[in-house]
Every structure is written in structure tokens, then in C-alpha cells.
Design a protein. Structure first.
Length: 198
């Protein structure tokens, strides 16, 4: 599947595309390198431009832009894998089939709108709109649970809600850890993040 075609179809024709994905053999390495990496580069590069060159609230810093980009890029890989692990682990509790490869497909393709919307980081004042795209990502996950994880329709909502709660916790913890490490490497503090509204 061509990357651009997959992005367009998962965003514009998700019900049909999830059925196509369900017919594919999951390859975790191929998904992470061929799909997650190029899409995660969108918000990363946009952050370098937005926070490093354009700035927000009178503040811009190349080192902060690069640090933010690294945090986003690293968290994309860690969060996709950990979220997939959690979704796979929870599968039997919701009458779903276990399969880490399938869970990686579900998480990686669901995140597509958030990564694409990451282009808005070029203008830091619009970065809050990425949150709206993330809500659409959750809807994509809802649509993908039945065809990808073989979740019975009556258990999809419960599975999604529990998964979202776990994903929020995982994302917050991973984001905090990576932020401390990367900002520390660049000699920046958490106060820098607050000052830029990130």
C-alpha cells in the first residue's frame, strides 16, 4: 500500500480501509519504519520550524524546536508500541483476538490524523487544533476495533474507553519522561515548555 493512499483512505474512507487492513498480514517493523516514521516526521519538522524559528509569545529557540521534535518523534514510536501492547493485553477481556501485530496496525493507522495535523505546529498558536485531529484518531480506533481485533460490536465501546484511559496515562508518562530527558540534554527546563505554551 502506498503511504499517501493509505493516509487518504484511512482518513476519508475509514470503514472501507479498515477492512482492507484486516486482510493484510501485519508486519510490525514495516509499519513502524514505513508508516509511523514518515508520518511522525510531520509534527517533528513542523515543531522545529514553529518553535525554533517562528516562536510563540515572543520566544523562539532552535534548541527548543529540535528538542520538541525529538520528543515528538521518540514518543510516536514508544507510544504506538506500548499502546499496542496494552490493547493486545486487554483483548481477551473484551472477547477480542490477541495479536500484537494487529494491535500495532490499529494504533498506528488510528494516529494518522493527529500526525498529519501536526503540520499545524509550524504556527504554534494553532497547535491546539492538533487535539481536534486526535479526537478523530479515537473515532478511527473505534471503527477499527471490530475488523482488526475482531471485537464483538457490543464490546467495542467498553474496549475503546478502557484503552483510551490507559493510552492517556501511557502518553502522559512517556511524554513527561522523554521531555525531562531531551530538554535536559539541550539544557532547557520545563519552564521553557510552559513559556511557549507547549
Amino acid at each position: 500500500m502506498n503511504l499517501v493512499d493509505r493516509v487518504k483512505k484511512i482518513i476519508l474512507e475509514p470503514k472501507t480501509e479498515w477492512n482492507v487492513i484486516a486482510g493484510e498480514e501485519p508486519n510490525i517493523q514495516q509499519i513502524m519504519i514505513g508508516y509511523v516514521f514518515p508520518l511522525a516526521l510531520i509534527p517533528a519538522i513542523a515543531s522545529i520550524i514553529g518553535y525554533g524559528l517562528i516562536g510563540r509569545a515572543g520566544f523562539s529557540s532552535i534548541s527548543f524546536g529540535v528538542a520538541t521534535a525529538l520528543i515528538q518523534l521518540l514518543s510516536a514510536f514508544v507510544v504506538v508500541y506500548l499502546a499496542a501492547f496494552v490493547i493486545d493485553f486487554l483483548a481477551p477481556n473484551f472477547g477480542s483476538q490477541k495479536g500484537l501485530g494487529r494491535a500495532v496496525q490499529l494504533v498506528a493507522y488510528s494516529y494518522t490524523p493527529a500526525w498529519v495535523a501536526g503540520i499545524l505546529y509550524i504556527i504554534p498558536g494553532l497547535s491546539w487544533l492538533v487535539l481536534l485531529a486526535s479526537l478523530y484518531s479515537l473515532y478511527l480506533m473505534y471503527l477499527g476495533l471490530a475488523p482488526i481485533m475482531k471485537t464483538p460490536q457490543d464490546k467495542v465501546v467498553g474496549y475503546l474507553v478502557v484503552s483510551i484511559i490507559v493510552l492517556i496515562i501511557v502518553y502522559a508518562v512517556i511524554g513527561a519522561i522523554l521531555s525531562m530527558i531531551v530538554l535536559g540534554i539541550f539544557g532547557l527546563s520545563a519552564a521553557t515548555s510552559v513559556a511557549t505554551g507547549m
